[in-house]
Ligand binder design. Structure first.
Ligand SMILES: NC(=O)c1ccc[n+]([C@@H]2O[C@H](COP(=O)([O-])OP(=O)(O)OC[C@H]3O[C@@H](n4cnc5c(N)ncnc54)[C@H](O)[C@@H]3O)[C@@H](O)[C@H]2O)c1
Length: 517
């Protein structure tokens, strides 16, 4: 008990220190030097997001769980303005999208047997040779001063670069979102682009054509991690907003450079994972905010799997520098930890590699051996803002197992989160020495799926507010993952240089809540 009280006091003191720093009360020291090197969250001029109403049903759920609705005593509420600073509030040009309309089915262009044959050039020239398709009117772009909130009149046009395994999921999930539609796709492998285009009625193009197409508003970067940075950079240079799969880049320097570039150009970068925006995690956030488990003291997380050599037809990218379990799967856990509990201040790590070579188990290249050039088992010890500690094990060395544990321990209870690589439950809570109970959580149905972060990005652009699955959050995650690997290599503790605010909550709207446990 005495130890817990000491921890609590330390935590409170640290949070006050952080709050004072956020108000500009302390300058100098290591942190401020670091902030000068990497892009930092904007401190001025951010337009605060109105805090959404808590999801209906949660207070009832807490009463049922015996959790009383009080704010935990030791944790001052984060100022709304401070939380809203995350993201890119200073976009010089805001994309103004026409009013949304509901759609009941996937609204992508029907292939009509002509995908990939001069479509972009034809559209630019005002010709669209395919039956049943209309030429898109040019998007209205306004200056920031002109941009008002909520003028969303029509879906944004999204072009996919990288037509591999995950691209199919993104296109299928897009049916659930009325803020954007997938219209074109490109790949260095033209056959892959044609295949995706034909399946979903997209326009297959080259990468250069796609990023140059004035009808494309957002480039969805679904290439392998090693080319995330160059593809994002090319799209930014062409004036496109970008939503990238994780990790944002394979090095902290590249991730920071992309953010700086987007800032310079007044463009936005969003980045996966967006699972933390799903119903279970947002309900967990609401429980934490209301003090359901008291003051958070620690996080314990573990992700142990067999490795992509067992299921992916081209698994080499998962075992190359810039991926591995910490950079490939770690972002799910690190993003969840940062979003729910807070950013990371210091990192230590240990790493190992079980086998220097692996063999592809599936697909046309089954049996092919390849070299492993990154650690495949990584343990991270993290200190979060406010003194909360977190342990995270990520491993591709667990044969025939899938472990995905994430628990947050507080002064009064423990919250067990579902797999942060999914949008589903269960979400469980244990108070004191009581039994584990399922906590109800809201769901957006089909819209609780990959693409939710892209949807929020498009809505945020239209509403001129920060987006949640932001490039800045992704930069912090890359910084932490890279620092863990460096800490393991150099056998030391590393101070994390990047800074980020926790994203605003994205509660499930009352009325759409479907309690599941
Ligand atoms: N596969 C999954 O289950 C999964 C899940 C979540 C996230 N992701 C992430 O999605 C991204 C893609 O993964 P994937 O499994 O779809 O990979 P994949 O290898 O199946 O597909 C990648 C595609 O990108 C193309 N490509 C490579 N370099 C390119 C370039 N310079 N320009 C254009 N296209 C290029 C390849 O030809 C390939 O078709 C990765 O960042 C991965 O971490 C994958």
């Amino acid at each position: 008990m005495a130890a817990a009280r000491r921890q609590l006091a330390r935590s409170v003191a640290a949070r006050r220190r952080v709050a004072a720093e956020a108000r500009g009360g302390r300058a100098g020291g290591r942190g401020s030097r670091a902030r000068a090197r990497l892009p930092q969250p904007r401190r001025r001029g951010a337009r605060g997001l109105p805090r959404p109403a808590p999801a209906r049903g949660l207070p009832r759920a807490r009463r049922r769980l015996g959790v009383v609705g009080r704010r935990r005593s030791g944790r001052p509420a984060r100022p709304r303005a401070a939380r809203a600073r995350e993201g890119l509030p200073h976009a010089r040009r805001a994309l103004v999208l026409p009013r949304r309309r509901r759609r009941g089915r996937l609204r992508v262009r029907r292939a009509g047997g002509r995908a990939g044959r001069g479509g972009v050039a034809a559209r630019r020239a005002g010709r669209d040779g395919r039956a049943g398709t209309r030429r898109r009117a040019p998007l209205a772009r306004r200056t920031r001063a002109d941009a008002g909130g909520g003028r969303v009149n029509r879906p944004a046009s999204v072009g996919i670069v990288g037509c591999g395994v995950i691209s199919d999921h993104y296109v299928e999930n897009s049916a659930a979102f009325d803020s954007f539609e997938m219209t074109a796709c490109a790949d260095i492998d033209a056959a892959a682009a044609r295949k995706l285009a034909a399946k979903h009625g997209l326009e297959a193009t080259t990468v250069d054509e796609l990023v140059a197409d004035p009808a494309i508003d957002v480039v969805l970067n679904l290439t392998p991690p090693a080319v995330h940075a160059p593809v994002t950079r090319q799209a930014l240079a062409a004036g496109k907003h970008v939503y990238s799969e994780k990790p944002l880049a394979t090095t902290t320097a590249d991730a920071a450079d992309l953010l700086a570039g987007a800032d310079r150009l007044g463009l936005r970068i969003g980045c996966a994972p967006d699972t933390f925006l799903g119903g279970p995690y947002q309900s967990a956030l609401a429980l934490l905010e209301e003090g359901a488990i008291g003051v958070p003291l620690s996080v314990s997380a573990a992700m142990l799997v067999t490795g992509a050599d067992a299921w992916h037809p081209s698994p080499e990218l998962f075992f190359a520098d810039g991926a591995g379990p910490m950079l490939d799967m770690g972002p799910y856990y690190l993003t969840a930890i940062v979003a729910l509990v807070g950013p990371v201040r210091r990192a230590a790590g240990f790493a190992s590699t079980r086998a220097a070579e692996r063999a592809i188990a599936t697909g046309p290249r089954a049996g092919t051996r390849f070299a492993v050039t990154t650690p495949t088992h990584v343990f991270a010890a993290l200190e979060l803002e406010g003194g909360v500690t977190a342990s995270l094990v990520t491993s591709f060395d667990a044969v025939d197992r899938y472990v995905c544990d994430l628990e947050i321990h507080g002064t009064e209870g423990t919250l067990a989160l579902p797999d942060p690589n999914a949008f589903e439950g269960p979400l469980r809570i244990r108070l004191g020495r009581g039994d584990w109970q399922d906590a109800p959580f809201g769901s957006r149905g089909q819209a609780d799926a990959r693409g939710l972060g892209l949807h929020d990005l498009v809505e945020a652009i239209a509403e001129d507010r920060p987006h949640r699955a932001s490039g800045r959050l992704a930069l912090h995650v890359v910084d932490v993952a890279r620092s863990v690997l460096r800490a393991a290599d150099e056998r030391r503790v590393i101070e994390i240089e990047s800074r980020v605010e926790q994203p605003q909550p994205l509660p499930v709207r009352p009325g759409t809540t479907v309690p599941r446990a």
